[in-house]
Ligand binder design. Structure first.
Ligand code: ZN
Length: 485
């Protein structure tokens, strides 16, 4: 498959270094708050990448870390009067709850920073021995950025540009404002570990260098994360790992794009941060997952109520088609009428296009388009009186259902029972729009009464009343059915 490599700035054919085995590392969360929609996107993107690689027959060892000691954790814990370790544990637990709801597979290994302090010492000692790092009198250890020739290669930044924006904060004993902390001396009241440089704690970047080498070995086949991590985090990881080991850190660098909220950048200062749990109070988890896959993973995705409703309507179409096909293939009497050759050809083309889209840098946006080709095709056969009783139609639907299962496994979608999903979707949409299902049923019953009594003025008035509430009524052979418009 082709993957865009941030390091080379182009799409390249991806194959693992050693036979069939992909070693993949993605930077996980800093556990100091609930996950927001940006975390959801990154998790969904790399989850689909892992699923796709496995679907292609590769073995994947996927490592995603937890940063469980960091300034943000300490500050938050102090604000709340909570022990930092307990706070981190609490938000790791919340992470699992959110990610399970989004159908994110667990990583094969989920190492924590605080469990790798010894490994971080080793990297730091190696860097000091090689002249790439230095300890200060107050017990901090810094990476000597100018000692590493490749610094800036991932993000494309030059040392001169970086120099212009770099400052030494009061009290810091850096040789050069560009240098970054590997180890921070403990301040009063902070959690600390005894180290060769005195009591302190690791800087944020160091853990990924220590854990990726320990659990996967270098070079990694894929190193991933959000675009916001390219600089400085991934640049610093490269400097640490490559300066310490002399090996390349990663062969492929994969970064997902940002989430915007109503076309604005999401930021704490704009107050437009949506946590996953806030969103899932209003929408089904599968809607959020589907929405996040409607754009190519490197493009920005815009979280708006309109886009979420669009995702709901599209999922409703897919699940309705699944339900219709499953019901149709259960029929018993079949004719020998052949399907027009172009219908079978269209299905084969959709299958080939699906595979091509997923192989083309994980283009889920295009791949979802081919899902709808399949849905339309199945619908066209169902609407054709001559074809829908044909054995060939049954076979086509069976093949469509199998495709949807297989594609859904890769996307982590479409696995629910269709009837249950459609009922849940209707309930969540009704709730969001303030529609009371009991009231709807009451009006529908009254409308049926009016129709029975041939009081069409009243039945029309009731239908209008339902419409005004945002309810659509469809009359089916088994009675009226309603949905949220
Ligand atoms: Zn990292």
């Amino acid at each position: 498959m082709q993957l865009y490599n941030t390091a080379t700035r182009r799409k390249e054919e991806f194959t693992p270094l050693s036979d069939n085995h992909v070693r993949m590392y993605v930077c996980g969360i800093t556990a100091y708050d609930y996950c927001h929609i940006g975390h959801a996107r990154s998790a969904v993107v790399f989850d689909v990448l892992v699923r796709q690689l496995r679907h292609l027959g590769l073995t994947v060892t996927f490592v995603r870390n937890f940063t469980d000691i960091d300034d943000k954790i300490i500050n938050r814990a102090n604000e709340l009067g909570e022990d930092p370790a307990r706070l981190a544990e609490r938000f790791i637990h919340a992470f699992y709850e959110d990610m399970d709801r989004l159908n994110i597979l667990r990583a094969d290994l989920e190492p924590k920073a605080t469990e790798h302090i010894q490994e971080m010492f080793s990297v730091t000692q190696e860097l000091i021995a090689k002249g790439h790092a230095y300890a200060t009198p107050s017990g901090d250890v810094y990476f000597r950025v100018r000692s590493f020739a490749g610094y800036g290669k991932l993000s494309g930044r030059s040392l001169d540009d970086l120099q212009a924006g770099a400052r030494v904060a009061p009290g810091e004993e850096k040789e050069d404002p560009l240098d970054f902390a590997l180890w921070k001396a403990a301040k009063p009241g902070e959690p600390f570990w005894e180290s060769p440089w005195g009591p302190g704690r690791p800087g944020w970047h160091l853990e990924c260098s220590a854990m990726s080498d320990k659990h996967l070995g270098l070079p990694l086949d894929i190193h991933g994360g959000g675009q916001d991590l390219i600089f400085p985090h991934h640049e610093n990881e490269i400097a640490q790992s490559e300066a310490a080991t002399g090996k390349e850190l990663a062969r492929f660098w994969v970064h997902n794009g940002f989430v915007q909220v109503n076309a604005e950048k999401m930021s704490k200062s704009l107050g437009n941060f949506s946590t996953i749990r806030d969103i899932l109070a209003d929408y089904l988890p599968e809607t959020l997952r589907f929405f996040l896959l409607t754009k190519h993973y490197r493009s920005p995705v815009d979280f708006t109520p309109e886009n979420m409703e669009e995702a709901e309507k599209n999922l409703r179409r897919i699940y309705s088609a699944k339900a219709d096909m499953a019901a149709a293939v259960g029929g018993t009497k079949w004719s020998k009428t052949p399907l027009p050759a172009e219908l079978t050809a269209e299905l084969a083309a959709a299958e080939a296009d699906w595979a091509k889209a997923m192989d083309d840098d994980l283009n889920t946006a295009a791949a979802l388009g081919h899902v709808f080709t399949l849905v339309r095709l199945a619908g066209r056969v169902a609407e054709d009186k001559a074809l829908r009783k044909a054995e060939a139609a049954r076979d086509l639907w069976t093949r469509c259902l199998k495709d949807l299962d297989e594609w859904g496994t890769v996307l982590g979608l479409f696995a629910a029972d269709p009837a249950a999903f459609l009922a849940d979707l209707k309930a969540v949409r009704a709730k969001r729009k303030g529609i009371d299902p009991a009231k709807v049923e009451e009006l529908l019953a009254a409308r049926q009464e009016a129709r029975k009594a041939k009081d069409f003025a009243r039945s029309d008035a009731l239908r209008d009343e339902l419409l005004a509430m945002g309810v659509e009524v469809k009359d089916t052979p088994t009675g009226p059915a309603w949905d949220v418009a």
